[in-house]
Design a protein around this ligand. Sequence first.
Ligand SMILES: [Fe+2]
Ligand SMILES: [Fe+2]
Length: 171
Amino acid sequence: MKITEEQKQSLEKIYQAFLNDEKIIRMKKISMHRGSNCYIHSFRVAKRAIKRALGSFRKNINLELVLLGAILHDYYLYDWREDKSKLHGHGKNHPYIASENAEKDFDIPIEVKKIIKSHMWPINFSEYPKTREAKIVSIADKIVSLKEALTSIKFKAKRKDRYLEHIKSLF
Ligand SMILES: [Fe+2]
Ligand SMILES: [Fe+2]
């Protein structure tokens, strides 16, 4: 899928606004797979999802929905490592919590909520990602999560810097 320089710039602008948004920055406090945190993870998923969409032969993918859905897909804002009561059911519940939080804090279309809610499929078996945009985000999340989980814990500190450098811009 090809996009113009103008479209690229507009996506980058959205990406940068979220990257520097104080509400979004709160995700830095939520630890995730080795050396990552919710903030780093979400922007990594956003970059990967956009890359995937641009690599697709299809022309009718809404990149803005992909971008918003990816950035907000894990906007659940609690750390189950600190609050063990949240651990039970986290896999199934967090997409709904993230979707509610996202709706409260940002002006997002219903399609973005659907992307967020369906990103954990098939764990959330009834929430099948029906749209192309939702499928792209769900797959990008799985790839990034797997990569984060598989990397060795030994280089945790180093990795964090590398991750932060990597997510500095969308393109
Ligand atoms: Fe998630
Ligand atoms: Fe995720």
